[in-house]
Design a protein. Sequence first.
Length: 360
Amino acid sequence: MKIALIGTRGIPARYGGFETCAQELSYRLVKKGHEVWAYCRSGYYDKKLQEYKGVKLVYLPECKTKVLDTLSHTLLSLVHARWKKYDIILVFNYANSPLLILPRLWGKKVILHIDGLEWQREKWRGLGRIYFKFAEWLSLRLGVELITDSKYLQKYYKDKYGKRIHFIPYGAALQASRNPAILNRYGLKPREYFLQVTRFEPENNPLLSIQAFKKAGTDKALVLVGGVPYRSAYADEIFSYEDSRIKRPGFIYDQTILRELFCNCYAYIHGNEVGGTNPGLLQAMASGCSVICIDVPFNREVLRDAGIYFRKDVENLKEKITWVLANDNEIIKKGKEAKNIIRSDYDWDEVVDKYLEILT
């Protein structure tokens, strides 16, 4: 088959569930004998590879603003795909659903991977929130095959719209530390820091992590990997904290460095409260991290009893951090349980086989 992947920022992946899925899915499809093209946003890649592990990469521009970034690139990608002999176009993100009328009119087979309750994000207010609610509604009425990565979302769409959609989880690769000396460049030592890898947005709660961490009074460090592509008051507040224990190295895309950060942290704080299954949580579990996790259905579905859960409250998170510091043996045990969940239920090769059942 000839398959096009459209709607993500592109591959190689730079955070984000859709990007991670596109990367891991695409090259495994190539290994199974299919031809795959991944559409990438030009502005996100200084070095533009022609291929990634056999996947052909197509770079097109985007209007790099918060509102038009996704839609502008997807529109150009779909127009480009109009003249290609793709058997299937796999589109990510239900924000793109109004544009899918075009390939439907052109007679293209389209599959849409929908995300989770995007309209709940703080960055979308007013017209933005209205648009995402409309896009969610429309995605269920386009007559295309739909995929979600979360059983909770599968139930949400069934209950709200009466529509049964396919559930296919993300995967994760089991990780082990190979070169902990890499931590030296960040002034870190194994098991002497808490870690959070996320975009600096309110619904991901990195500011809550800082506030709770400072109240916990530990000598360990807090490492916040990530940032935001656009200036925001929320991110400015995160950078305003002056504390030598709080380290903000920015975005890190090197998987070797990320592996060492995950595998050697004392505990991983996961604050993402919307968006379905999160690849950062899966990577933390695959690395054997002890996870302190915000208590929402998406996360419970994945982490189960292998984590420590907190409410969206500074005092409550502080209490969980304090408990973790006092119960070293217990959190090591939970880290092993989390790794076993990944081993059992989140294998990428099995994920690809489930996609192929729908693609074919």
